[in-house]
Every structure is written in C-alpha cells, then in structure tokens.
Write a protein that binds this ligand. Sequence first.
Ligand code: GDP
Ligand code: MG
Length: 301
Amino acid sequence: AELPHDDFRCGTVALAGRPNVGKSTLLNALIGFRLSIVSPRPQTTRHRILGIATSEAGQIMYVDTPGLHRGAKRAMNRSLNRAARSAISEVDLVVQVIEAGRWTDEDEALYDALVEQKVPRLLVINKVDLTKDKSTMLPFVAELMARHSFDDVYYVSALKEKGLKELEKGILKRLPVQPPVFGEDEVTDRSERFLAAEMVREQLMLRLDQELPYATTVEIEQFSDRPDGVAEIHAVIWVERDGQKAIVIGNGGAQLKAIGTSARRHMERTFERKVFLRLWVKVREGWVDDETMLKKFGYTD
Ligand code: GDP
Ligand code: MG
C-alpha cells in the first residue's frame, strides 16, 4: 500500500482499563459504530475486538479488551485474562481509561502492568459528565500525575461524545507514519456472524439477573443470505443447567421472545438488511470450566 500523504499515520491502540470504566462505549464513539457490546455489568466484553477509524489524517486500529479479572478460578476468566494481556502487547500506544474522580487498586495494578510496555501511554479520564463539581478534577489529576507517568491526559465523556476529537489528535500524532492496513470503509476485523452472536449476548447481559449472564454464551449455527435478501440467522444460547434454560425462555417464552426481538432490531440496523432470527436455548453442563467447549464457542485468544 502507498502512503496517502507524507504525514499519514497508522497504528494499533489498546483501550485498557478495569471493567466498567467505559472502554467499549469509548471504542464505539471513536469509530462511530455500535461495534462492541455495552452493559452496566462488568465482564460484558469477552473478546478482543478491533475497531477501525480512518480519517484524512490517518487510520487508528483500536483494540477493545476484556478487563483483567482477579482470582480467575474459572477457565473462562483465565481465557479473558489471556486475551487482555495479548491485546496490550504488540500495540503502538496504550490508553488507560479510568472513571473521573476514581483511582482504585485495580487501576493501580493495571498501571503497573502497562508500565512494562515500552510504548506511549495516555490517560483518559472518562465519564466527566458525572462530575458535578469540576473544581475537584484538578487536584485529583495532580495527585495522580505526581505518582504516575503518562504522556498526556485527556478528559472525555464517551457517552456524551465529548473530548473525542482532542483525544483522537493526541493518539494520531503518536502513531508511526505508515500506509493504512484496512480499507477506509472497514470498521472492524470481525465478521457479521461474530457480531450477530455478540448482539444476542448483549441482550442476555441486559435482561438476565445476577450470575446468570455469566453462565451463558451464544453460538451462531447458521448465517445465510436468502435469495429474497433476508439474512437468516440461527443462534443457540448455551447455559449450564436446566433451571437456567427455563429462566432464559421465561413464562410462555416471553423472555426469549424479547431477547430475540431486540437482538434482531440491532442486527437489522447494523447489517442494513432484514433479518430472520431463530433462537434455541441448550444446556451444556460446566461449559464455563471446560477448555474444549470454550474453544468451540470461540474463546480462543
Ligand atoms: P467497559 O467494561 O470498560 O467496556 O465499560 P462499558 O463501555 O461496557 O460501560 C460500562 C457502563 O458505563 C455502561 O453502563 C455505560 O453506559 C457507562 N458509561 C460509559 N461511558 C460513560 C460516560 O462517559 N458517562 C456515563 N455517565 N456513563 C458511561
Ligand atoms: Mg467492554
């Protein structure tokens, strides 16, 4: 590929941060596309996802990472940790995302791990929309910077899309001058099939209580384009026990129907065509602890 112009920048940027600070929301805002699923629950993101933003100035390939999980007893959490670690090695720049006004032990532990990477490091303070008294921000940041080293600090609200242009500029100028890797219309390295599974999983995260979402995963058994232009998608929701299956289906199938309707609408917007979605709920005991099943379900990072 050729350089579009002398100062075209291109590189990979890891969005790191403890669970729930808003990494996925930020990724979506930066690429202008609802790619990474978002819910108020920690551990919503289970996969390494590349989101691509291309402009006149350059191409930024963002890596959204599952947060690091402490005390990873279950095989799935260990797999998430491997994915998070591999996502932050081999990048050109690391963005550590935190919540405005909060620096926790988990942020500190992640910082210690990120310092090992010999690449530029930016601090992004997200959710500034939640800070009522802005005068508290300066002492908070001054305190932080006295004990930590970052190349720069940015204040953003991923939700309200504030401060993103400045952040983008700060990222671009620290990336290498090199030709783009992806075409200018590409927003991700992931397939529609993968995104479809994520959209069903997003509904499970949003609608199921307590521990149940963590006992579920979604497998796409069929994704085909029919002659009438409709995408026909068959998805299996895997759970660990019969009782969980009953809850996912709900009274008279109401819960499953609601999951399907919302997921289908999201798919139709994203894939820009009509979608026929069929859902099944199946039981596979202990899949969360089973490395072989995790591979089958795509947790292979
Ligand atoms: P992740 O675990 O770091 O990927 O976090 P998510 O992107 O999934 O976001 C976690 C929660 O924080 C969700 O409920 C988001 O809507 C919320 N959130 C993310 N960014 C912002 C923000 O800028 N302001 C506010 N008020 N909430 C946000
Ligand atoms: Mg996330």
